[in-house]
Every structure is written in C-alpha cells, then in structure tokens.
Design a protein around this ligand. Structure first.
Ligand code: NAG
Ligand code: NAG
Ligand code: NAG
Ligand code: NAG
Ligand code: NAG
Ligand code: NAG
Length: 823
C-alpha cells in the first residue's frame, strides 16, 4: 500500500515537473488551438543539414523578424543512420540542438519525421542499406520495411521526448508528420498502400507524442491524422475531415535547380498573392517550402541531377541573407494577417463573387470585421466598390483591409527594399591575386589499366546494391578474349553501354574512350563509341558516377542505378552487325576513388602520397588539386568561384562543399523571351533566368568551415578543368533600392554595414527599376539626394515616410519616391 502511495505520488510529481509548462495543442475545423486560443500560424521550412549549426540562430532570428511563428523541418533518416544502427547526430545533424535553437527564439516547431522526405534529398531520405535488406518492399505493408520505419521513428520520438521538446511536455513542437505526399503516388501500391497508410497512422498514434499528427497530400488520411496540402496554390484545398483545419504544409516559394537547369524565380507579388488567397479562403496554417533552402553539402542532393545549391529562391537566400524584396514584402503580409487572427478564426464568413474573377470575403465578429478584396484575373486591373469606397485592386492581387476600411496591404504593391547582392574579392592580408596549386593524379592504374576489383559476379549489378551509396563512384570491369580473326578485331568495332545515368566514363585497355551523361528528368541513355580491340585479351573498364539518387515517384526506390544490361561490343561487317553481349561475363567491381580512400581531402593528409607543384595540368581528368588561402575578413558569407573547372567534388579543411559542375551550362532555350510577369499561375518554368550560363558557378563555404591562418581547398576534378581562375569571395549587398508611393513608410538597410552613398533619388514620377532609375519632368522642388544623404549615409539603416513635407512639392497626380543607395 505504502509502495503504491509513493508510486502514485511520484507519478503525480513527475507529471507536474515535466508538464507544468505543457502547451495544449488541439484543433477544430477552423484552426489549431494552442492553450485554448485559435491561432493563425505562419511557418517556414529550414532543413538543419542544409546549413550549419553556427548559422541556425541567425536564420531562425531572421525568420522570426520576417514574421514567422513556426519553423518546420524534415528529419533525414539516411543522414542520421548511414549504417544500420549506427547513428550520427553531430554537427549540422544535431536535431536536438536545432529544435532547441527554435525554442530559444520563442518559435514553434513542426517535426516532419517522414521518414520518407522526398525534398530533393539523396534517395528521398531512405538509407540505401534499407533497399539492400532481404525481403524489403518500401512504403507498403511489408514487415521488413515497417519494422525499420518504426524503429527509426521511435528513436526520433524518444530522443525528442527525452529532451521534453514536444509542446505536450513544454517544448516547441506543436505538430508531427508521418509519411509524406504518399497520396500523390499511392495508386500503383494498390491495397498494400492503403493498409500501409492505416498502419502509419496507428504506429504514429501509438507513440503518444501529445500533439496532433499530420499527413500531407493524403486525401484518405485516417482519423485523427490531419491531411494537409502542398503546392504553389492551396486556396481551393479542403481537408477530408470536417474537424481538420485547412493547413498548407508546403507553399513552394520558388523551385529547386537541376544541373543544366536555369535559375528559378518566383516573384514576391505572386508568392504573397498565393498566401493571401489561402487565408482569404479559410486557411489558418501555412508553411513556406523553403523559407531558407541552403546547400546540399556532401553527397546529400537527390534527383538525380539536383544541384549543390538549394537556394530555392526562398525568402532567405542560400547564405542566409534576406532575399529582398521577397522577405520584406512577406513580413508586411504576416504582420497584417497576425493582426486579424481573431476575426479569421472566429468570424462569420461571407464570400461575394463580383464577376470577372473579382471577389470579396468578409470575416465578421461582433467586435470587429476583416476583409479581403481579390482580383484573380491575370490581365485586368479592377476598381472594386466596397462599402461606398473605390479600391484599386491590380490584376492577380489581393487587398487586405483588417478593419474592412483601410487597405493595409496589397500583394502586388511592393514597398519593401530590393537588395542587389554582389560578390567581392577576398581582401585578406597578403592574399595573392591567384591561388597557388599543387596536384596529383587519381590513381586509376589498378582499375582502368589492370581491371582489379574487390567484388566479382557474372552479371551487371545495380550500383545501389554494389556500392551501398558509400561513394558516387563505381568501377565495372570485364575482360574479353578475342581470336585474331574475330570481326571485332579485323573490322570496325563499337562499345555500346546502356546506362541509367548519371555519368559514365569508358576505358578500353587502359585508354580513355569517352564519357556521357544525361540531364534532369531523362536519365537513361546509350553510350556508343568506336573502339580498337586487340587479338587476345581486352579490358573494358566503365566508371559510373552518381549525381544524387532519385528521390520521387511511385516505387522510385527500385529504379536501377549505374550501368545496365546490356553492355555490348558490336562488329560492323559491311551492313551486317555482329553483337557480343558482355552482360553475363565475369565483372569485377571497385567502389570509390583511390584518393578518397587515401583521404586526400583532409588538411593534414596522412598518407605519404606526394603532391606536385610542377606544371599544374589543365583539362586533365581524374585529377586532384590542392591550394591554401586565408579566410576573407569580416563576417559576410563566403563563396568559392569554381568557374573553369569541369565536374567533381570540393572540400575546405576536410569539410565537403558538395559536388561541383560549373561546366554544365543551363539550357539556352529554357528562358522565355517575354519579360517576367508576376500575373498568372506560377510554374517552375516561368520567369527562369541565367540560361546559357553555368548552372552553378559559386559554392558556399560556411564561415564555420574556416579558421584563422591557413585554410586548405581540395578539388577532385573528374572531367578536366583549369583551376587558375578559382577565387574566394564574399557575398554582400551592393545596392539597396526603394520604389514606393507617397504615404508609405519605408526602410533602406545595408544589413550590418553603413550606407555609403545615395546614387539616385527622385520624388515625383521616376521611371525604371533598381539599377536603372530615371527622373522625369515631374520632380519635387527639394533635392531628394541631399535629403537622403543627410538622413541615411553612414548609418546601417534608415526609415522614413514618403511625403511632400519631407521631399518638397511635386506636381504629378500619383507621387512616388525611387532611391538607389550604395552599401
Ligand atoms: C486542451 O484544449 C482543449 C480545447 O481547447 C480542451 O478541450 C482540453 O480540455 C484541453 N486539455 C487540457 C489538458 O488542458
Ligand atoms: C531497433 O532495433 C534494434 C535492433 O536492431 C533494437 O535493439 C531496438 O530496440 C529497436 N528499437 C525499437 C524502438 O524498436
Ligand atoms: C526511374 O524512374 C522513373 C520514374 O519513376 C522512370 O521514368 C525512369 O525511366 C526510371 N529510370 C530507370 C533507369 O529505370
Ligand atoms: C581524360 O584524360 C586522358 C588522359 O589524361 C586523356 O587522354 C583524355 O582525353 C581525357 N578526357 C577528357 C574528356 O578530358
Ligand atoms: C490567363 O487566364 C486565362 C483564363 O484562365 C488563361 O487561359 C491564360 O493562359 C492565362 N494567362 C496567363 C499569362 O497566365
Ligand atoms: C497540390 C498541388 O498543387 N500540386 C501541384 C504542385 O505543382 C506541381 C508542379 O507544378 C503540379 O504538378 C502539382 O499538381
């Protein structure tokens, strides 16, 4: 009895100890309810492995300053469990530290465990060892798969619980997600897929996290899972359960980039429009995918053919700088939406269709009403008569009137500053203008020349099964014995290799004969090249290099990677062809690069392998280069310009910067000739730029990778290139512009650096865009340049209201101020 008394006392005490600060998260059909309050929440995705732990506080602070109250992340299974039951939560994989950083800033968190994440991440986050487990079948009712998924999901939930990070324990995590966009692909999985989703739901529920679970893009999500929407627009989305609030878990702020692809760009006007429409139509939780995209360090990018940059044209750029005006324009929207939280979650809703795609929505409560006026027409501006007042609502825009009278915001009227970022040379003391290099060849003697491998089989094996994703590189080698009179010896012969992508290099008898690769979206190709074969022994060596494993599609995990059957030698005799299939020959396999095995990328390369400073080779494939440099002064983000190089991998002080491929030029024809117009539905093909330029020339070097004194850059060059132009640079705001109407309060900021000069300022009717403003006849009586020089120069930022009081009289109907400041 005594025992039971103290036992229960202990339980009660621990309940109060751990749950005294518990946050109660529930929901109804209207919104999430946190501690009894119906909430309008604005969230943004930041994936912790795509930046560094040192960057997290600043990123999260800028997200908070940008008006977010929630940060969302996936959990990356293959990063945390690279080898079965061997875990890594160090460095930028420190999930707990990331969640605690969110908590320290006072924001909520959404934990999308998946553990399938898609995310343009290598293999969608699945470990390749999972694919190699006997009897496994992904994302369906399969015991091997479900056991592993449950094992990992439980591990993550337990880690989070141990640190009291769920809201139910007083932590910041208000929602958890299981599976991910399965509804988009579930057809081919049939009944097994349906049972699997039910199992996911039960398994998640059994973990007792004390916060609601979500399932995105899952129309048949079992109760109590909340199904949510992902897309460029989600205003027409309806959850499958009347007690689920309307939630948008992925609003794509831009798009990802692939090798050979152009630079994506989604305008601030269109992104703001999609968000305003969503809240107009009853949405109460929205997440930007991505708010900060970041970098695919190491071999983490998916695809295949996803670039190392994952900038995503997000509100915070790859390096963490506000992407202006997007960041600022959305911040203003968030402030307005938050001010309407009560009416949006409690008001009676009246929608009125005024025709020609114009509509109004009124949220009214006893105390207060809030209104939206929206014009979904993609060409025609509208003047909307509302409550006796005329409102000008441009095409493809929404006006928000928090009190149903004054327009606090219109999605197409951008007053936030535009920042033009520039790259500046490394000004560290004594840093020479060009770097001094040493080099050494990758040793391909044993593979290309001798054909020696570590594994052997009489067939061609999937690269995933053979390499277990330990490296991008896998050698496939086989021998062919040919008699003197074989037509392959006496006549013309070609080598024909079917390849799933991603990159193939072929050698015959130690001689390089050619390479081939594909592009994003079309992996499979046939490599065909004339070869010279000898009587007697011949060696065929094929080097396959992956560029990120596929991350999306029904049963994408089964997609074969690397060299495929058949591999053939074709003899041409007149019009006749004699084909010799080598697929079932004895093949030898060797995983990885010799230089990586010898840790050439490490600063204090331990091996005795010598580097040479003599005649630095140019356009030599399979070559290692090394140099030293001093870190650029200051704390602006650092990039390395790799223009001149082909394709390969880069490391600074042993930290991987990711794959580089500046020689891959963005498709010249992908860019439209018409000017980018924010009006009309966005797609990833719209408004792209930088066609005909290297897909990615600059690579992020996080400050935390650098140290005082000497730093080391190591490059493995696969195709051949010229390192003489390689440069370290900093990314800083070059100019900041504002272009806004009379009556607006605006801010000019150089972010931690003083404004040095006012290049242009005109109050009246200035024309043009940032970088090419021009004055017109209509110009104020006072000199706007000298007014702003007094007000802004020497300060990091200045803010002021645009008025005739300040800038003098101007005699035109609608007056605007345009400013270009130099940082
Ligand atoms: C949590 O909030 C819901 C709805 O607001 C309420 O019904 C429930 O009693 C609350 N639970 C606790 C433990 O406070
Ligand atoms: C995960 O699997 C390991 C054995 O491989 C086992 O020891 C561990 O208890 C499992 N974890 C869970 C939560 O099932
Ligand atoms: C990989 O999968 C995609 C779609 O899931 C398919 O279109 C493509 O042909 C596959 N590639 C190979 C090499 O099987
Ligand atoms: C690769 O290097 C070999 C030997 O250095 C050379 O013969 C060949 O032309 C090179 N190939 C390419 C594509 O640069
Ligand atoms: C504008 O909308 C019409 C009708 O929905 C559509 O046919 C047209 O393609 C759209 N134009 C643009 C530029 O989006
Ligand atoms: C839910 C949704 O809107 N999905 C769309 C997202 O965007 C892609 C690519 O543009 C479309 O194919 C999807 O239908």
């Amino acid at each position: 009895m005594e025992f039971f008394k103290s036992f229960f006392a202990a339980i009660i005490i621990s309940f109060f100890l751990f749950h005294a600060n518990a946050t109660n998260v529930t929901h109804d059909g209207r919104s999430l309810i946190i501690d009894g309050v119906h909430r309008v929440l604005i969230s943004g995705s930041i994936h912790y492995p795509r930046s560094t732990a040192q960057m997290w506080p600043d990123l999260i602070r800028k997200a908070k300053e940008g008006g977010l109250d929630t940060i969302e992340t996936y959990v990356f299974w293959n990063a945390h469990e690279p080898i079965r039951r061997q875990y890594d939560f160090s460095g930028n994989l420190d999930l707990i530290r990331f969640i605690k950083t969110i908590q320290d800033e006072g924001l909520y968190a959404v934990l999308r465990i998946g553990p399938y994440v898609c995310a343009e991440w290598n293999y969608g986050g699945f470990p390749v060892w999972l694919h190699n487990l006997p009897g496994v079948s992904f994302r369906t009712k399969n015991d091997v798969f479900m056991n592993e998924m449950q094992n990992f999901t439980t591990l993550i939930v337990d880690m989070i619980k141990n640190e009291n990070l769920f809201a139910s324990q007083g932590g910041p995590i208000i929602l958890a997600q299981i599976e991910n966009e399965f509804g988009n692909v579930m057809g081919p999985y049939g009944a097994g897929g349906k049972e699997y989703i039910q199992w996911c739901s039960n398994m998640a529920e059994s973990l007792g996290v004390g916060v609601p679970w979500i399932m995105c893009q899952q129309q048949d999500a079992p109760k109590p899972m909340i199904n949510t929407c992902n897309g460029f627009y989600c205003d027409e989305f309806k959850p499958n359960n009347p007690s689920s609030p309307k939630m948008w878990t992925e609003n794509w702020t831009g798009w990802f980039k692939s090798w050979g692809g152009a630079d994506p760009y989604r305008t601030a006007e269109d992104l703001a429009y999609s968000v305003a429409r969503f809240y107009q139509k009853g949405g109460t939780f929205q997440n930007y995918y991505m708010y900060h995209g970041g970098t695919n360090f190491g071999r983490t990018s998916g695809g295949p053919y996803i670039t190392t940059t994952y900038d995503y044209n997000a509100p915070l750029d790859e390096y963490g700088n506000p992407n202006q005006p997007k960041w600022g324009h959305l911040k203003q929207l968030h402030d307005v939406l938050h001010s309407m939280e009560y009416t949006l979650t409690h008001g009676d809703v009246t929608n009125t269709d005024l025709g020609n795609s114009v509509s109004t929505t009124v949220y009214s409560t006893k105390e207060k009403s809030s209104c939206f006026l929206s014009n979904a027409h993609n060409q025609t501006d509208a003047v909307v008569k509302f409550g006796g007042i005329d409102y000008y609502v441009p095409a493809w825009s929404v006006s928000i009137l928090p009190d149903c009278k004054d327009e606090a915001y219109n999605t197409a009227k951008v007053y936030a500053q535009t920042s033009v970022l520039v790259k500046k040379p490394n000004k560290a003391e004594d840093e020479p203008n060009s770097l001094e290099w040493v080099w050494r060849p990758e040793n391909i003697e044993r593979t290309a020349v001798q054909g020696k491998g570590d594994h052997h089989a009489n067939r061609i094996i999937d690269q995933k099964a053979m390499a277990n994703d330990a490296s991008d590189y896998l050698w496939y080698m086989t021998r062919v014995e040919l008699p003197k009179d074989d037509p392959l010896v006496t006549g013309k012969a070609t080598l024909r290799v079917t390849d799933s992508g991603h990159v193939l290099h072929a050698y015959v008898n130690g001689e390089y004969i050619g390479s081939q690769w594909a592009q994003y979206g079309s992996q499979k190709y046939v490599f065909e090249k004339e070869v010279k074969l000898n009587p007697g022994k011949n060696l065929i060596s094929l080097l396959s290099a992956t560029v990120g494993l596929q991350n999306y599609g029904p049963m994408f995990d089964l997609n074969v990677t690397g060299v495929l059957s058949p591999v053939e030698l074709v003899a041409h005799k007149g019009n006749e062809k004699v084909v010799k299939d080598l697929s079932s020959h004895k093949w030898s396999y060797k995983v990885g690069l010799d230089g990586v095995a010898n840790k050439l990328y490490e600063t204090d390369c331990p091996s005795k392998l010598k580097w040479s400073a003599d005649s630095i080779p140019v356009d030599r494939n399979m070559t290692w280069y090394k140099t030293t440099f001093k870190a650029p002064l200051g704390n602006a983000p650092v990039v390395v310009d790799l223009l001149g190089l082909g394709k390969g991998h880069a490391w600074v002080n042993g930290h991987s910067l990711g794959r580089y491929w500046p020689s891959y030029i963005a498709d010249e024809h992908a860019c439209q000739t018409v000017a980018c117009d924010y009006r009309g539905a966005y797609s990833d093909k719209k408004c792209v730029s930088k066609c005909g330029e290297p897909t990615q020339r600059w690579y992020h070097v996080p400050r935390s990778f650098l140290k005082d004194g000497e730093n080391t850059l190591v490059l493995f060059e696969e195709f051949g290139g010229n390192p003489s132009g390689v440069q370290f640079q900093t990314v800083e705001i070059g100019t900041a512009c504002v272009n806004a109407h009379e009556g607006k309060k605006v801010e000019l900021s150089c972010h931690n650096r003083p404004i040095s000069r006012i290049n242009f300022a005109s109050f009246g009717d200035p024309q043009g865009v940032c970088g090419s403003f021009k004055k017109t006849e209509c110009e104020s009586t006072e000199d706007a340049v000298s007014i702003l020089e007094k007000e802004c120069v020497g300060k990091e930022s200045c803010s002021f209201e645009i008025s005739e009081d300040k800038f003098g009289k101007a005699y035109c109907a609608i007056k605007r101020l345009a400013v270009e400041a130099v940082c």
